[in-house]
Design a protein around this ligand. Structure first.
Ligand SMILES: C=C(O[C@@H]1C=C(C(=O)O)C=C[C@H]1O)C(=O)O
Length: 393
């Protein structure tokens, strides 16, 4: 009897969920039309005034039907983020028809289940065309695969909130002819993964990528006397544990990835930082044009002349042109001891006037200067509304 009652309610919930999906799909189609209109009339994709107005109205209307303002705000932040990213992606694809391929061959580190694999899936979900995944063993292999035209794109992790910059990838960028055409941030939730058929006993050996060990150093210190074995990728670590089927071994990787290898997660959130995210870049053989209606970022590398204040002078050029720097990184130059290559991320489109002026000055005053790429910003900062005040309106 209780079961029948529950079943009937669940049928009604299923129907409501289906209606919700249909409504969200309808909204998405409308925002697609909005993007077409913005292309035609050269209007900026993001309109935070409009977002604020709609959030205030929805919070109020939600409250009238008994919905918590925080819930409504959170829900619509997700919906708006998706809408903005889809519109940006459409504009970028229209501006670069030659880069919109029927088949996207994408190189990444590891195999199915690695974090790079998950990031690849996420980035290419918004692009048209079929996805062909090409798993690689190392960062140089990934770059070579795109340079030799065996792949069209590569997805590479560049920095992580727990372990910082991924130097190996920065070093690869110094020598490649490839351009950065996109970026994305992906949550990295490290879990302890063991084979499904074994009981969690005394783990003696842990398999993972060296980056993972770096991000989980506090957890490893707690574990004490355990042998850590570095692998080429998190998916390679999962494969080893799957094959060994021993209660004494475990891998660290994503829970979803582990499932693909018959592994279960027995502990999660293992990284030193609670908020553990990685930023990935997407590279291709040719640069792309970013429409001026889309927020853009530009990455450049340079080595300055060896005189006091040379780096300060270079950074002053950015300041004088009102260009905001979002990241500054330095790496040694191979073969030139004690000389540094600076990697600079700035907000701005390479086709914008102030950016062109700054680039011209930087080319003149540095020993080496190269633009690594200009690409759409994937980070959609949520529009904040004062929840309490909107309720009193
Ligand atoms: C859909 C639009 O584009 C963006 C997305 C919005 C949304 O999904 O509601 C609102 C404003 C814009 O930032 C729009 O301009 O109306």
């Amino acid at each position: 009897m209780a079961n029948e009652e529950l079943e009937a309610l669940r049928v009604a919930i299923t129907e409501t969920d289906n209606d919700l999906l249909a409504t969200i799909a309808k909204r998405q189609k409308l925002t697609h039309q909005v993007a077409e209109t913005k292309i035609k009339h050269h209007i900026q994709v993001r309109d935070q005034v409009r977002e604020e107005q709609l959030l205030v109205r929805l919070i109020k209307q939600g409250q009238e039907v008994g919905l918590d303002p925080h819930f409504v705000t959170k829900l619509f932040h997700v919906i708006i983020e998706d809408s903005v990213l889809n519109q940006q992606s459409l504009l970028a694809q229209r501006a670069n028809p030659e880069a919109s391929l029927p088949i996207n061959r994408v190189a990444f580190l590891g195999e199915k289940g690695s974090y790079s694999y998950l990031a690849t899936q996420k980035y290419f979900a918004r692009r048209s065309g079929e996805l062909v995944e090409i798993g690689c063993k190392s960062f140089p292999d990934i770059i070579a695969t795109v340079e030799s035209n065996e792949a069209d794109f590569a997805v590479l992790p560049i920095e992580n909130t727990s372990s910082g910059s991924i130097n190996e990838v920065y070093d690869q960028l110094q020598h490649t002819r490839l351009s950065i055409i996109g970026e994305l941030t992906h949550e990295i939730n490290h879990a302890l993964l063991i084979h499904e058929d074994v009981e969690l006993g005394k783990i003696k050996t842990l398999y993972a990528h060296p980056q993972v060990f770096a991000q989980c150093s506090h957890f490893l210190a707690e574990l004490g006397n355990i042998e850590v074995k570095p692998c080429d990728s998190t998916s390679a670590a999962m494969l080893v544990v799957n094959e060994l089927k021993s209660p004494e071994v475990a891998a660290i990787g994503s829970e979803g990835g582990g499932r693909l290898y018959g592994l279960k997660a027995v502990k999660s959130k293992l990284a030193n930082q609670k908020e553990n995210h990685s930023r990935f870049i997407v590279v291709a053989r040719n640069p792309i044009k970013v429409p001026l209606q889309v927020p853009a970022k530009t990455t450049m590398i340079m080595s300055t002349v060896q005189s006091p204040g040379a780096l300060v002078d270079a950074l002053t050029v950015l300041k004088d042109n009102d260009i905001a720097m979002t990241k500054l990184e330095s790496r040694p130059i191979n073969g030139n001891p004690w000389e540094e290559m600076f990697y600079i991320d700035v907000e701005g489109n390479i086709e914008d006037g102030p950016m062109q002026k700054a680039v011209e000055s930087l080319r003149d005053m540095t020993r080496y200067f190269k633009i690594l790429g200009c690409y759409p910003v994937e980070d959609v900062a949520p529009t904040r509304v004062a929840v309490a005040s909107s309720l009193t309106q």
